[in-house]
Design a protein around this ligand. Structure first.
Ligand code: ATP
Length: 471
């Protein structure tokens, strides 16, 4: 096995020495990013080095979370999803599990932070919102909720390619199946462990209510506000302060947004865990942002040629050959806007906050633990090849020690009742299960899954603290 490339991570923190051949076939050429639990590399196939893919790798000591991701990617593909990244290979190598998948472009988070004032035009905001919504509906239609909806979990296709208009959804690490084997909606737990990213999670999640389909859309609404107005005011606040700010500042924020944003908020307030969202209605309101302003799908997005930020973004398609859609991507088809003359919603069509209290779901499950255990991490990892310590010079930069911490934290989570994960993190970190004993970076900007957060920090300081999947 040849050690090939050595790319060093520029920033301080977790060492990310990279020089690896994956399954004898793929060669890592550079690190794209680092999440709370894994690393994503750009890789090439050795026998056709001109075509690039992405490879997401996680330590195999933990349960094989990537298998869950893979299964969802496959399911979505079988269901003809338009916004799903195509998986190429799931495997295990040395001490890590990996997925090789089609390479996409920058995330919506990276894009927004790059444009002036860190805001998208309303046209780009609306186009992204509709596509993000559609991608979440695709996931919900196959029975799952995403639970970690945030701009860094959506990406466009490679810049300069046909897919630069297409939004992909990433990272199914926190997805949860909403239905049992009898295809019935699972009973909500009385108190659900915190899972998600503080900056974008709904108030229901702050209150430890069972995450439902509507919670994915609350996060989408926060994303839209951020796209339109720039950073959310609760960025970098503590979890408690974030909750308060979401309660007190939302009215003020929405007052500066188009009326459709407020209609979505009012509609979401009427939903509960067990109530299926009216997807058609929600989509119509989103599309109305476009139609009311006479936006048309032939307009350029902020990063496209002819768009307001054209000069900032370098097309990559010519230099990075990647596997992707061969055919033309039509924004008109993707958006499928309602024909003129259809229903026009006004704010009066929706009960105002306070006018209608959401119904509480009554039939909660009496036991938190039952569901957590059932849903807990899949059985012990079954790496294709037995994990062995990485050889010098052939290293994926995931630290076994960290993974052990994460592993023990997961077990702890399963054996103890859900507790509040007290972390010194800001809001951008995805929250995982309770992790009291595990050292964390002061401001973790990743999603949190079930396991303890690993001690590495993101490639760039992200404001999206994830909490590990509490399932
Ligand atoms: N197929 C892909 N092609 C190109 N870039 C990708 C691909 N998949 C993921 N990425 C990028 O890799 C980075 C890390 O992704 P990952 O989902 O592991 O972590 P994250 O979402 O950033 O953090 P967290 O784990 O906390 O949610 C992100 O910037 C994402 O845009």
């Amino acid at each position: 096995m040849a050690a090939v490339v050595a790319v060093k991570q520029k920033e301080k923190g977790p060492q990310c020495k990279l020089s690896t051949i994956i399954n004898g076939q793929f060669m890592a050429v550079q690190m794209i990013g680092k999440g709370a639990y894994g690393v994503v590399y750009e890789v090439v196939r050795r026998n056709s080095p001109n075509t690039r893919f992405a490879c997401k790798a996680e330590l195999a000591i933990d349960h094989n979370n990537l298998k869950t991701e893979w299964d969802l990617m496959t399911l979505l593909k079988d269901n003809k999803s338009k916004h799903n990244i195509i998986g190429v290979e799931l495997g295990s190598e040395r001490n890590f599990n990996y997925i090789v998948m089609h390479l996409v472009g920058p995330s919506l988070s990276d894009l927004r932070k790059t444009v002036p004032n860190k805001t998208f035009t309303l046209f780009t905001t609306a186009v992204c919102a509709i596509q993000c919504f559609d991608s979440l509906v695709e996931i919900q239609r196959i029975g799952y909720i995403h639970r970690d909806v945030k701009p860094s979990n959506f990406a466009i296709g490679v810049l300069g390619s046909e897919e630069e208009k297409l939004v992909y959804v990433l990272d199914f690490g926190l997805c949860r199946n909403m239905f049992n084997k009898q295809k019935e909606l699972r009973k909500p737990r009385m108190k659900a462990p915190f899972r998600g990213t503080i900056l974008y999670c709904s108030l229901n999640i702050h209150q430890r209510m069972e995450p439902g389909r509507h919670d994915d859309f609350w996060s989408l609404l926060y994303m839209m506000i951020e796209f339109h107005l720039s950073d959310l005011p609760w960025e970098n606040m503590s979890k408690e302060d974030t909750k308060k700010a979401k309660e007190t500042k939302l009215d003020g924020l929405l007052a500066r947004c188009p009326p459709e944003f407020r209609m979505i908020r009012c509609y979401l307030l009427t939903l509960t865990y067990s109530k299926e969202p009216d997807y058609v209605k929600l989509r119509e309101v989103l599309c109305q942002i476009m139609t009311s302003k006479k936006f048309t799908p032939d307009m350029p997005l902020d990063w496209q040629k002819g768009g307001p930020c054209e000069a900032i973004f370098k097309p990559q398609a010519a230099v990075v050959k990647h596997k992707g859609t061969k055919k033309k991507v039509s924004l008109a088809e993707l958006l499928d806007l309602p024909k003129p003359g259809g229903k026009v919603y006004t704010e009066r069509d929706f009960p105002q906050p306070g006018e209608q209290e959401p119904m509480r779901d009554e039939s909660v499950s009496k036991s938190d633990d039952t569901i957590i255990e059932k849903e807990g991490p899949p059985p012990a990892p079954k790496p294709v090849s037995k994990p062995v310590p990485p050889k010098p010079g052939v290293t994926m930069s995931l630290k076994p020690q960290l993974a052990q911490q994460r592993c023990s934290a997961e077990h702890k989570d399963l054996s103890t009742p859900p507790a509040i994960a007290r972390s010194p993190i800001g809001q951008n970190t995805t929250m995982k299960p309770p992790v009291t004993a595990i050292p964390r970076p002061p401001i973790e900007k990743h999603s949190v899954r079930k396991a303890a957060p690993v001690a590495h920090s993101p490639r760039k300081s992200k404001s999206n603290t994830k909490v590990p999947p509490a399932h």
